[in-house]
Design a protein. Structure first.
Length: 392
């Protein structure tokens, strides 16, 4: 594999063993792996990549602009100019809640979701390891992103999605040339079909590839200039929280940010295994037996990175909040009426942010970032149906 100077291989989040860059799970214990870096090289990379105020030295160029602090540089990365997404002011929530509230909207990514950051790195790793095909189970958006990045890299892609996944993601997976396997039932059924039928394809499943959560860390890199005190993130497998925790920890270690912000998981009440685990102060999650939420992207009853999400929340003194389907849709609609396109998935972060504000989790003078991981255009049915229930 053609890797960067700073990249030093992979290590296991569970047992700490070091292993080669082409591994999937830990060879010793089966735990999730993460990339590791030479401290001095990473510090030197940050010195070049960030201005004194924490803003990226380059404002365009996709993930490749952070290449020296990633496993792959601009020459090697499979890119579609992902990232560099807007960070919008939210004056109404700022007035109502107390802290300065900003919305990081990931809709501006090439396929409309934050998962593009993950696929840029994970598909690069697959190609560098000689894979000819990639495959993954997904609630939907990951299938479209995998198909697009695989096509960019000249690889075949195969997605296993539950039948309830949105029409748009299924259609666009096919449009990008990916193979679509629609599995009756819910996400665990798609996961089972993936395990049975993936064949020799290189797995892009959450936490099986060490490179998706590494791609997610670039969200922290883009938030460095705003130096948030708290980030609220809609959570399914935990990739986003783990990426934010690792990214901000790196930035704090080299002094780009003062400290790692408090990280909050937001989940719909009908499928909130991380929130339930947090309430019990557990270090692992118990699967949800009967998941039921309108937010299909977040309906993951047994998250692959549940324990790591709990660790990110605990280590940063953050928390985890469940919100009902009606409030999360209403918050998305309120935002839309104020001109901010927010998906139902993103509405989960907004409603959780409001709950946290009511509980006194934020102080005046703080900066709180809410993340909307996916374009509202992909969830028009959810938002429109809520309007119809109001007689509109
Ligand atoms: Zn291990």
């Amino acid at each position: 594999m053609q890797t960067t100077e700073a990249f030093a291989g992979l290590f296991c989040l569970d047992c700490g063993v070091d292993t080669g860059a082409d591994s999937h799970r830990c060879p010793s214990c089966g735990g999730a792996l993460v990339p590791t870096y030479d401290d001095a090289s990473l510090a030197a990379a940050h010195e070049r990549l960030f201005a004194d105020d924490g803003s990226p030295a380059r404002s365009t160029g996709g993930l490749a602009r952070f290449g020296p602090a990633l496993p792959f540089d601009a020459e090697t990365l499979v890119g579609l100019s992902e990232g560099a997404t807007p960070l919008l002011s939210c004056p109404e929530w700022t007035d109502e809640w107390g802290p300065e509230v900003r919305l990081k909207t990931e809709a501006a990514n090439p396929t409309g979701g934050t998962v593009d950051r993950q696929m840029a790195l994970a598909v690069t790793a697959a190609r560098e390891q000689g894979a000819e095909a990639v495959a993954l189970p997904t609630t939907g958006p990951g299938g479209q992103a995998a198909a697009a990045y695989a096509a960019r890299a000249g690889l075949a892609a195969s997605a296993f999605v539950p039948s309830r996944s949105s029409f748009d993601t299924k259609a666009m997976t096919n449009v990008h040339g990916g193979e679509m396997n629609v599995v009756g039932g819910r996400y665990p059924d798609a996961l089972a079909a993936f395990a049975d039928r993936r064949g020799a394809a290189h797995s892009l499943a959450p936490f099986e590839t060490p490179y998706r959560h590494e791609g997610a860390k670039t969200l922290a890199y883009e938030l460095a200039a705003c130096d948030p005190d708290a980030v609220v993130y809609p959570t399914s497998h935990g990739i986003g929280l783990v990426g934010l925790h690792r990214g901000f920890s790196e930035l704090a270690a080299t002094g780009v940010v003062d400290e790692v912000p408090r990280l909050y998981a937001a989940q719909p009440g009908g499928c909130a295994p991380v929130v339930e685990g947090w309430k019990e102060r557990n270090t692992a999650v118990d699967p949800v037996e009967y998941p039921d939420t309108i937010v299909g992207t977040l309906e993951v009853p047994d998250p692959a990175g549940g324990a790591h999400a709990l660790e990110a929340v605990a280590a940063t003194d953050g928390g985890a909040v469940a919100v009902g389907d009606d409030p999360l849709q209403d918050m998305a609609l309120d935002a839309a009426r104020a001109g901010l396109p927010v998906s139902a998935t993103g509405g989960t972060a907004v409603a959780a942010g409001e709950t946290l504000a009511e509980r006194g989790a934020f102080r005046d003078g703080e900066t709180v970032v809410l993340v909307d991981p996916v374009t509202a255009n992909r969830e028009t049915d959810l938002l429109r149906s809520r309007l119809m229930s109001e007689g509109v």
